[in-house]
Design a binder for this molecule. Structure first.
Ligand SMILES: *[C@@H]1O[C@H](CO)[C@@H](O)[C@H](O)[C@H]1NC(C)=O
Ligand SMILES: *[C@@H]1O[C@H](CO)[C@@H](O)[C@H](O)[C@H]1NC(C)=O
Ligand SMILES: *[C@@H]1O[C@H](CO)[C@@H](O)[C@H](O)[C@H]1NC(C)=O
Length: 453
C-alpha cells in the first residue's frame, strides 16, 4: 500500500511537465478513425461523419502504437459534440464525454492502460468556439447557454488579428473569454478535465483565435504541458504564444519541410531558419514537430515520393523539438483535404511489416536509444541537396535529390577508425578515416548513423 502510494505520488509529480515531455515521441490519432470498439474492420462510407472508432478500440491496439516506440498519444477531443462532430471540435457539453466513442469508464480505462505501459495522454482541447448551432440556439450548449457569452457574428479577416480573435471561425459560435463567466468556466473546466481523467498534456486548438492573456491563465490552470496550434507559417507569430503556453506546433517547420523535401529548395535555408527560431522562441526544445496533421492534405497527397517522405519524417523526428507522427503516415496514407486526410486505420492494424511502419519504428527507437533530445543539433555539412547534422554521437544525413550523392564529412565528433552503421540497412557501415566520414546517399535516401564500436 505504501509503495503504491509512493509510486502514485511520483507519477503525479513527474508526469506532464514541459521538460519531461522533451523525451517523448507522440502519435496523433483521431479516435473516430483508429479502431472500432468491437474490432469490426469493414469500411466507412462517409469520412465526413462518424465512422465508428472508439476508446476501447484504441486500448485494444496500443501494441500497434507502442511497438513503433511511441510513448505518448495525442487524442482528438473527447467532450460531447453537436451532430456530426466525429472529429471532436464541435463541443455541445463541455462536462460530458462523447458517447459515440464509448462510455466514460472506457475512457478512464484507456488512460490507465496507457499509463501502465508508461505512455502519456495528450488531449486535444478547444476553448475558442462551440459546435455550429447558430447564435439563436446556444441554449443547447453547456455551460455556455446565453448569447451574451459569445462574440457577435462576423467573418474573419485573416489579415487582421483583432478580427481573428473576435470573429467566427467557419461559422462556429465564438466564445468571448473577456466575459468573466466564460473565462471562469473555461478555467474550471480545464482544471477539471485534466485532474478528473489524469491527463499528462494538452494540445490546444485555435490559439490565434483567442487573446494570449487568456492562454496564460488557461495553461496555468491546466497544470500540464500545453502545445498550441498557431496555424501560421511565421516564426515570430508562433513565438508570441510561447510564454502564454509551453510551446506551439511547429508550423514554420511544417513549411520548411515542404520547401526542402517537396519543392527541392536548397538546404542552405536551414541556417536562417535555425537561427531565427532560436532567437524568437524562448525554448525551441518544446516545439511540436510534424509532417502531417488532420488539417492539411498529407505529404504524399501533394507529392507521392516515398524517399522524400522518409527524409521528411526522419527530419521531423531528429531535429530539435518533440516529434508528432500523424496516424496513417506509418502506412503511407496519401489523403487530400479534410476529410480525405482522416482515413480509417483499422484496415491496416495488422500491417506492421509495411515499409513505412518499419521505417517509423526504426527512427523512433533511434531517437530514444541515443536520447538525442539531450544534445543540440550541430550542422556538420550543408550543400544545396545535402544536409548532415549530429546530436551527441548520432549522425543524420538527408538528401532532396534523386541523384546519388557522395560526401566526406570532415567536421564530426568521431575518432579515426570508428565504425558507423546505417540503421535502415544493417550491413551498410563506414569507417571514419583521417579525412572524415564517407557518406554515400543513393537516389534520395536518408541515413541515420549509429556508432557501433
Ligand atoms: C466581450 O465581452 C466584454 C465583457 O463583457 C465586452 O466588453 C466586449 O465588448 C465583448 N467583445 C465583443 C467583441 O463583443
Ligand atoms: C500570420 O498571421 C499574421 C497576423 O494575423 C498575418 O498578417 C500573416 O499573413 C500570417 N502569415 C502567414 C505566413 O500565414
Ligand atoms: C545510383 O546508385 C545506384 C546504386 O546505389 C545505381 O543503381 C544507379 O545507377 C546510380 N545512378 C546514377 C545516376 O549514377
Amino acid at each position: 500500500m505504501r509503495l503504491l502510494l509512493i509510486s502514485f505520488i511520483l507519477a503525479v509529480a513527474l508526469a506532464g511537465s514541459a521538460s519531461q515531455w522533451q523525451s517523448r515521441t507522440i502519435y496523433q490519432l483521431l479516435t473516430d478513425r483508429f479502431a472500432r470498439n468491437n474490432g469490426d474492420t469493414s469500411g466507412c462510407g462517409n469520412l465526413g461523419n462518424y465512422c465508428g472508432g472508439g476508446w476501447v478500440g484504441i486500448m485494444n491496439n496500443l501494441d500497434y502504437i507502442q511497438n513503433m516506440g511511441f510513448d505518448a498519444i495525442w487524442l482528438s477531443p473527447v467532450v460531447a459534440n453537436t451532430d456530426g462532430g466525429y472529429h471532436g471540435y464541435w463541443a455541445q457539453d463541455f462536462f460530458s464525454l462523447n458517447s459515440h466513442f464509448g462510455s466514460e469508464q472506457d475512457f478512464i480505462n484507456l488512460v490507465s492502460a496507457m499509463h501502465s505501459r508508461g505512455m502519456w495522454v495528450m488531449l486535444d482541447v478547444v476553448a475558442n468556439h462551440v459546435g455550429p448551432v447558430g447564435l439563436n440556439n446556444v441554449g443547447s450548449i453547456n455551460p455556455f447557454n446565453q448569447q451574451s457569452y459569445y462574440h457577435p457574428y462576423c467573418q474573419i479577416d485573416w489579415n487582421n488579428q483583432w478580427s481573428i480573435e473576435n470573429c467566427w471561425l467557419a461559422d462556429l459560435p465564438d466564445l468571448n473569454q473577456t466575459v468573466p463567466y466564460v473565462k471562469d468556466q473555461l478555467l474550471n473546466w480545464v482544471q477539471w478535465i485534466v485532474t478528473k481523467y489524469n491527463l499528462d498534456g494538452l494540445r490546444i486548438d485555435t490559439c490565434m483565435e483567442v487573446p494570449t492573456w487568456f492562454w496564460s491563465l488557461f495553461s496555468q490552470a491546466s497544470g500540464v504541458y500545453t502545445v498550441c496550434e498557431v496555424d501560421n507559417g511565421s516564426i515570430n507569430v508562433n513565438a508570441g504564444y510561447q510564454g502564454p503556453t509551453d510551446a506551439t506546433l511547429n508550423y514554420p517547420m511544417f513549411w520548411l519541410i515542404k520547401d526542402l523535401f517537396q519543392s527541392g529548395q536548397s538546404f542552405y535555408k536551414v541556417r536562417d531558419f535555425k537561427s531565427q527560431e532560436e532567437s524568437a522562441f524562448k525554448n525551441v526544445n518544446l516545439l511540436g514537430n510534424f509532417v502531417d496533421n488532420h488539417d492539411n492534405p498529407r505529404f504524399l497527397y501533394n507529392y507521392y515520393k516515398i524517399n522524400r517522405f522518409q527524409n521528411a519524417i526522419a527530419w521531423s523526428m531528429t531535429w530539435t523539438g518533440i516529434p508528432i507522427l500523424y496516424y496513417g503516415d506509418e502506412q503511407g496514407y496519401a489523403g487530400g483535404n479534410d476529410p480525405y486526410n482522416r482515413e480509417i486505420l483499422w484496415t491496416n492494424l495488422q500491417n506492421t511489416n509495411s515499409q513505412m511502419y518499419q521505417f517509423v519504428s526504426k527512427v523512433v527507437h533511434y531517437r530514444k536509444n541515443n536520447q538525442i533530445w539531450n544534445y543540440p543539433v550541430i550542422e556538420r555539412y550543408v550543400d544545396t541537396n545535402f544536409y548532415c547534422f549530429t546530436r551527441g554521437m548520432a549522425m543524420m544525413a538527408f538528401s532532396n535529390t534523386d541523384n546519388n550523392l557522395s560526401y566526406t564529412v570532415s567536421y564530426h565528433p568521431y575518432k579515426v577508425g570508428d565504425k558507423l552503421c546505417n540503421i535502415f540497412w544493417a550491413s551498410d557501415c563506414v569507417t571514419v578515416t583521417s579525412s572524415g566520414v564517407p557518406v554515400y546517399l543513393s537516389q534520395g535516401e536518408v541515413k541515420l548513423y549509429q556508432l557501433s564500436n
